[in-house]
Ligand binder design. Structure first.
Ligand SMILES: Nc1nc2c(c(=O)[nH]1)N[C@H]1C(S)=C(S)[C@@H](COP(=O)(O)O)O[C@H]1N2
Ligand SMILES: [Mo]
Length: 306
């Protein structure tokens, strides 16, 4: 069955529109009153816990300034070229060290997970940033569905390869599919999201429909789009940008203002939508998620493990 005919984020969204909910959640007090009065459902409380209260970028900004090399390397190429991508039906092959390997239909996955709103900071390694109100579910829910075996240490991800619908695949240099990976503890962290929507709407194709990873404390290229395969493994998997330029892009790629890219500083960032003369903003350790994720890297040299 087509996944669109199943329950969608918009089906569980209360009548109040996005901005009204933002106002409701604007302060801890307002959130507490809302919860006590039973105004906010469970997922909205979770959104309050994990979301930034920074003002999100507009839908227009988030869906027209993109990196998705399968559709071209220009920032405007994905919105121009991705609309022909067939995202329904869609399935995800889950294999490797799992108890229940197989081809999981996205419709079946969506029927079993709980979709939340998460407003996350997003920081590209190119030193620009946005604030994005995603809808999605924790990656852990998908991994639990498949049953991760003891001994698995990493999760590898692959993007769809469909030359008829992806004009950027002709570009030489990248060895397709686009690949990414996380250590298992990073993958199981509650901040690690599988996004299915944006602003309560279906995820635009240029943003990685119908299913993309979002790891808000890592540089944007870790957030792999249009995922068709998830593999549990005991070896650190190869990742696209590391394969291309290992000196510039490491496996971890945690946002870190103190570790420069070999060709530019990572100390500050340009906020998309800030205007031509907006001041650059200091980049935060782990993109502002230090409290939540620093313990994952206790005792690790973050300069050596970039
Ligand atoms: N399959 C695939 N995933 C990808 C990319 C890509 O080219 N192909 N680009 C990455 C990079 S560099 C960034 S910054 C983000 C951009 O996500 P956005 O366009 O939704 O902002 O997607 C990441 N995921
Ligand atoms: Mo990026």
């Amino acid at each position: 069955m087509a996944y669109r005919s199943k329950l969608k984020y918009s089906d569980v969204t209360p009548k109040a529109d996005f901005l009204n909910r933002r106002q409701l959640m604007g302060g801890a007090g307002a959130l507490a009153i809302g919860s006590a009065a039973g105004v906010l459902p469970k997922w909205a409380e979770a959104a309050g816990k994990y979301s930034t209260d920074a003002t999100p970028n507009t839908f227009e900004e988030i869906s027209t300034y993109n990196n998705f090399y399968e559709f071209g390397t220009g920032k405007g190429d994905p919105v121009a070229n991705a609309q022909r991508l067939t995202t329904d039906p869609w399935s995800v092959q889950i294999d490797g060290m799992v108890d229940r390997p197989g081809n999981y239909d996205l419709a079946d996955i969506l029927a079993k997970v709980s979709i939340e709103e998460r407003i996350y900071r997003f920081r590209c390694v190119e030193a620009w940033s946005m604030v994005v109100p995603w809808n999605g579910f924790e990656l852990k829910q998908l991994l639990d569905m498949a049953g991760v075996q003891s001994g698995a240490k990493y999760v590898a991800f692959e993007t769809l390869v469909r030359p008829e619908e992806m004009p950027g695949l002709r570009r030489s240099g990248i060895e397709w599919p686009y690949r990414e990976g996380l250590r298992l503890d990073e993958a199981l962290h509650p901040l690690t999201l599988m996004a299915t929507g944006l602003y309560g709407k279906e995820l635009p194709k240029q943003n990685g429909a119908p299913l993309r990873l979002v790891v808000p404390w890592k540089y944007g290229f870790k957030s792999i789009k249009s995922i068709v395969r998830v593999t549990l493994t005991d070896k650190m998997p190869p990742t696209t940008w590391n394969m291309l330029q290992s000196r510039e892009y490491g496996f971890y790629s945690n946002v870190n203002p103190n570790v420069s890219h070999p060709r530019w500083s990572q100390a500050t960032e340009r906020q998309i939508g800030g205007g031509l003369f907006a001041k650059r903003k200091p980049t935060l350790m782990f993109n502002g998620y230090e409290k939540e994720v620093a313990s994952l890297y206790d005792g690790m040299d973050l300069k050596a493990n970039y």
